[in-house]
Ligand binder design. Structure first.
Ligand code: BGC
Length: 750
């Protein structure tokens, strides 16, 4: 059947069109059987397929058909590798095809504004560039197989507290520079077939009813071609939402009659309903070929291996004193901590997957024939520490050359639905570490947690730390690969680990009050704040150690003639261990009139290098890399000036900086009576007019400006030109008129 044979809105009744804008049940699109429109399934996402066992609206998040559980975004984000993310996406799509799921609900690219955020485990980063440029792989990977994605949650869904109603009060600049760019990049680069709007309000308007967000920005500015669906239960007014550009309400509220009535009484134009309903038909048509594939079976083991590779790239080696890791041949090892036997590998809530299989570190060590002395050390519940577990752990630790201590957050500690109250891991685990390190200082800690935990209270008692995040179903094998040295760790932090929770700038406004939360820190989120304001951090953004040793040098940056810059650098593996390094490019505006972060990530490349090998990396920055969102222009603006191009391996480890003078985009705001004398002087049209005015002063036709006296001159320079009379008296108003009249004459601007 060719596309042209499919029905369009023209073939449907008003009632049928209205019905397409709501689901059939919690997990199905509405069908119109008689007209050849099937009701395909759509379901979570985002790090594997969560298909409810029953197709009749079962919402028990823990009852789903088995699917490969890939590392959640917190892990995969540390890979800085869009290619592995794309491979994960392809594998997820294959599982969707087998299970007849037309759209998988993800990726979720909301910014990790505060590490307490309950869904930090399934979001990507504190940095929008990184979030967008990694998560795009999910969209390209899934959609390359003919299955749809849902980029969520659009927008500014950064906390769980009061998530259905809270109004995120955020300035335009922070919206454009921090909270929207990950969405923008993915929409422009990969056209997700669907976008899911957020539950919360954005500056007072429910996202589902926000035509500025869903139509002006998403469709008109960014060119989004797909459909927008509501988050589950986020649509509170069908008519307002359809008018705003929301195609689909999920799950259904059984209010199609309201839509029909609104068309009949003119509150919703039929044209708009047609647009929204046609979007739904187009979506169904895009997914038809994949959904009509019969008898497809994905390769369970191949996907398990993709999960292993993704897990391998997700781990971040934070500390490795004296090369405690990897474990060397012949060393005796005590493995302590329940997480080694009962891995914590995913987060809770709508993303919860029933894995096809699960491999713990203990299983993986046994598979390799490694003999380890295991002690659980603690229980994963909230019970008080059991002294016999401590004793058993100490006994194992005291006999071993090295201790691998598996610590982390139990499942109940973090989930969709609530924000955390603390960054601390349970006290009994830390007490156990203290006890163990006093009998054997050779302790390497392996952490399992979805979002940042505090490390400063205990990190001195561990010689090694692997931040393993949540590694998905095959994390055990991946951990064994790294711990026994088959693979060098290569993950880099996608989120700063602060010294203390209260160092985080958003704590001042967290989690809000009386139905709103003020994003008072503006653009200063994560490292943008810590690095600009010289705050000590435990581990900086972009940081991660390796068993290999790398050097980045020969850094060059050249304007490309189109407003962008081509950055090249050489990265060398100086060691005899194969490994991957991530070359990171930060742009540091050196002279700027508006407040700007000291630097921002604008490019990166993960490079795998065999021992002793070097490679040249080329990273192209477009003009957006230098821009800020100007509220004055209501647009992006690149100022003329000097920009440092920094290349390094974390936000605090910059190998070299090249300074470039860029001409800027040439945008100018029209001058008016409220522009300051300095702004007039700096303007190519205004400057000569000021000179002319001064010349008039010299010959006595206007009051004279006293250039010699610096202080009033600089005082004057900062004043709007309509205030001359404050300094020069009565003739000041004539000076103002002179400037404005001359400007109007030359530019036509009144
Ligand atoms: C979550 C979404 C999810 C949806 C369907 C909502 O509660 O916010 O991320 O896709 O449920 O399960």
């Amino acid at each position: 059947m060719s596309n042209t044979e499919y029905p369009t809105v023209k073939d449907l009744t008003l009632e049928e069109k209205a019905s397409l804008t709501s689901g059939q049940d919690a997990w199905h699109l509405q069908s119109v059987e008689g007209k050849g429109i099937p009701g395909y399934m759509i379901t979570d996402g985002p790090h594997g397929l969560r298909k409810a066992d029953s197709s009749t609206g079962n919402v028990d998040v823990n009852q789903s058909v088995p699917a490969t559980c890939f590392p959640p975004a917190a892990g995969m984000a540390s890979s800085w590798d869009p290619d592995i993310v794309d491979r994960v996406g392809q594998a997820m799509a294959e599982e969707c095809i087998q299970e007849k799921v037309a759209v998988i609900l993800g990726p979720g690219v909301n910014i990790k504004r505060n590490p307490l955020g309950g869904r930090c485990f399934e979001f990507w980063s504190e940095d929008p560039y990184l979030a967008g440029h990694e998560a795009v792989g999910i969209v390209t990977g899934v959609q390359s197989k003919g299955v749809g994605t849902s980029l969520k949650h659009f927008a500014v869904n950064n906390q769980e507290t009061n998530r259905m109603h809270v109004s995120a009060r955020v300035g335009q600049r922070a919206l454009r520079e921090i909270y929207l760019p990950a969405f923008e990049h993915i929409v422009k680069a990969a056209q997700p077939w669907t976008v899911m709007c957020a539950y919360n309000r954005v500056n007072g308007v429910h996202a589902a009813q926000d035509s500025w967000l869903l139509t002006k920005v998403l469709r008109d500015e960014w060119g989004f071609k797909g459909i927008v669906m509501s988050d589950w239960g986020a649509d509170h007014d069908r008519v307002a939402s359809l008018n705003a550009g929301l195609n689909l309400e999920m799950p259904p509220s059984f209010t199609d009659d309201q839509v029909v009535k609104a068309v009949q009484d003119g509150r919703l134009s039929e044209k708009q309903l047609n647009r929204m309903a046609q979007g739904m038909i187009d979506l169904v048509n895009k997914t038809r070929p994949a959904m009509q594939t019969q008898g497809y079976k994905y390769d369970v083991e191949a996907h398990n291996q993709v999960a292993r590779q993704a897990a391998l790239e997700s781990m971040v080696l934070l500390k490795n004193e004296g090369g405690i890791l990897p474990v060397k041949q012949g060393e005796s090892v005590a493995v302590i901590g329940e997480f080694a036997r009962t891995p914590r590998y995913q987060g809770g809530g709508s993303s919860h997957i029933t894995p096809t299989r699960i491999t713990s570190f203990l299983d993986a060590a046994a598979d390799r024939g490694q003999v380890v002395d295991f002690a659980p050390g603690f229980t994963l519940d909230e019970a008080e520490q059991d002294q016999s577990l401590t004793n058993q752990a100490l006994q194992a630790a005291s006999k071993a050359d090295k201790v691998l201590l598996f610590m982390g957050l139990p499942e109940e500690a973090e989930s969709e639905g609530f924000d955390r109250k603390t960054l601390d891991i349970p006290a009994k685990q830390i007490e156990l570490l203290e006890a163990i390190s006093s009998v054997n200082p050779n302790v390497a800690v392996i952490l399992s947690n979805g979002s940042v935990v505090s490390l400063t209270p205990w990190r001195d008692q561990a010689r090694g730390i692997i931040e393993a995040w949540l590694l998905g179903q095959n994390g055990g094998q991946a951990l064994a690969d790294v711990i026994y040295g088959d693979v060098s760790p290569s993950g880099k932090l996608a989120q700063t680990i602060p010294m203390d929770l209260y160092d985080d700038p958003s704590m001042v406004n967290w989690p809000g009050e009386e139905g709103h939360v003020d994003y008072g820190e503006g653009i200063y989120v994560g490292y943008r704040y810590y690095d600009t304001f010289h705050k000590e951090v435990a581990y900086p953004f972009g940081f991660g150690l390796s068993y290999s040793e790398f050097k980045i040098d020969d850094i060059r940056a050249l304007p490309d003639g189109r407003g962008g810059v081509r950055v090249t650098a050489r990265v060398s593996n100086l060691s005899d261990v194969d490994g991957a390094q991530v070359v990171q490019v930060y742009v540091a505006p050196r002279s700027h009139r508006v407040s700007r972060p000291v630097h921002e990530l604008k490019g990166f490349r993960r490079v795998f290098l065999k021992a002793g090998q070097s490679a040249e990396v080329v990273i192209d920055l477009d003009s957006r890399a230098f821009a800020y969102w100007s509220e004055a222009y209501g647009d992006w603006h690149v100022e003329k000036g000097t920009y440092g191009i920094q290349v390094g391996s974390s936000s605090r480890d910059i190998s070299a900086q090249v300074d470039l003078d860029l001409p800027g985009d040439g945008k100018r705001l029209p001058l008016n009576e409220w522009s300051t004398l300095r702004e007039w002087e700096d303007d190519p049209v205004g400057g000569p007019i000021v000179q002319k005015m001064k010349a008039e002063g010299e010959v006595g036709r206007l009051p004279k400006l006293d250039d010699a006296d610096d202080s009033p001159a600089s005082f004057l320079a900062g004043m709007p030109i309509n205030s001359f009379s404050v300094l020069v008296g009565e003739g000041g108003t004539r000076m103002t008129s002179f400037l404005l009249d001359e400007y109007a004459r030359q530019t036509g601007v009144q």
